[in-house]
Write a protein that binds this ligand. Structure first.
Ligand code: ATP
Length: 363
């Protein structure tokens, strides 16, 4: 039976629309060829350009489209010159994260064959792990509300049982599905600082309780400082890492660094009912409108979306198509003929996206 999924599409600012169009086209062709699922796309206007035109950055109607959708595909939002009157940036993606309680920030870190990385990887060694950053509390809890007097400044770190349980449950289920598809040994590492802070001992205790529910998976702990070191020294040893908001913020940039930049870095922000999939990079206003943007991180984000929908709705055709997209991107990267300038090539957005489509839809 064909399952139909509603996808809300925020094509955003800057290069956003340029990388969204070919990505949606690939998804439409994949779904069109599948008897097992269909995708229906609804555009959700939002972002800095919209704010400049209308005074609204995330209209109620777009929020409604996001809430109703089965998944949300988002490119990039924000423009340096367009700000709210208080000087802060327009970032509806952060508003969505809060409004939809998207507690798990998922940042895959992978270095494929042929991909540039600042690490000198041993011959034949690749990197493939996932960092999960709690995204609603931790040290960002008091964001904007820290107390500052003449002599002192205080911020509050909050760890709740409720969100931690949901976070760890998600981490173990991700490790299980990676293991089932041969992408990892089924290991989850809790990254904390439990040797110094009581809050992290609490975090670890909740992790251990969830681990005991998953005897077929490996549970492991590591201090955040050691993880930073190992991400450089032996990143191939990780499978799924799960951590607090601020630690995750820092480690995910380290992860993007290992990948040689943002051009191939997808991400997801996942909650119990909703999820947003978007590339890690921003709206790149410096190259917008020139057809130069690299669409691969956006296309890989779409693959994450299919994977998530497939797992959630027990639809293996979606997960299989996600794997096909990843595989096609791998081949485009290792072939090296259709890479955009940020990856050292000369191709434009269309050519890079077409190279992926040509592999996917080769007769
Ligand atoms: P944000 O704060 O919104 O994440 P940022 O300030 O980190 O954004 P980006 O918009 O990600 O900045 O751009 C940083 C640099 O990377 C720019 O030079 C931009 O042109 C380049 N860049 C970002 N995304 C892409 C892409 N998809 N293709 C090619 N170049 C990109």
């Amino acid at each position: 039976m064909t399952q139909t999924f509603e996808i809300a599409v925020f094509d955003g600012d800057g290069i956003g629309p340029e990388i969204t169009a070919p990505t949606v086209k690939i998804l439409e062709r994949l779904a069109g060829a599948s008897p097992d699922y269909a995708l229906s796309f609804t555009a959700a206007p939002a972002g800095a350009s919209l704010y400049a035109e209308t005074g609204e950055s995330l209209p109620d109607r777009s929020m409604e489209i996001a809430r109703r959708a089965d998944a949300i595909l988002l490119s990039a939002m924000g423009l340096p010159d367009v700000r709210y009157p208080d000087g802060t940036e327009i970032s509806p993606q952060i508003d969505l994260r809060k409004a939809l309680t998207l507690f798990a920030g998922v940042r895959p870190v992978s270095v494929r064959a042929g991909q540039r990385s600042p690490l000198n990887l041993p011959e034949g060694q690749s990197i493939d792990f996932v960092l999960i950053r709690e995204s609603t509390e931790g040290l960002f809890f008091s964001q904007g509300n820290g107390e500052v007097t003449k002599d002192e400044a205080r911020e509050t770190l909050l760890i709740t049982r409720d969100i931690s349980e949901k976070l760890f449950r998600f981490a173990f289920s991700l490790a299980a599905s990676r293991k089932a598809t041969g992408r990892g040994p089924g290991k989850v590492t809790c990254v904390d600082k439990a040797n110094v802070f009581r809050a992290f001992a609490f975090f670890r205790e909740i992790f251990d309780a969830e681990a005991s529910q998953n005897p077929d998976l490996i549970a492991d702990h590591a201090y955040v400082d050691a993880v930073a070191l190992w991400m450089v020294q032996k990143p191939w040893a990780f499978d799924v890492l799960v951590t607090e908001n601020m630690f995750g913020d820092i480690l995910s940039d380290l992860g993007a660094g290992l990948m040689g930049g943002l051009g191939l870095a997808p991400s997801a922000d996942i909650g119990l009912d909703h999820a947003v999939f978007q590339p890690c990079h921003g709206s790149a206003p410096d190259i917008a409108g020139q057809g130069l943007a690299n669409p691969l991180a956006m296309i890989l984000s779409a693959a994450m979306m299919l994977d998530w929908l497939g797992t959630k709705h027990l639809n293996t055709a979606l997960s299989a198509d996600a794997a096909r997209i990843r595989d096609a991107v791998d081949r485009v990267v290792s072939d090296g003929q259709s890479l955009t300038r940020d990856l050292g090539g000369t191709a434009g957005t269309e050519e890079a996206a077409r190279a992926v489509a040509d592999i996917l839809f080769a007769a």
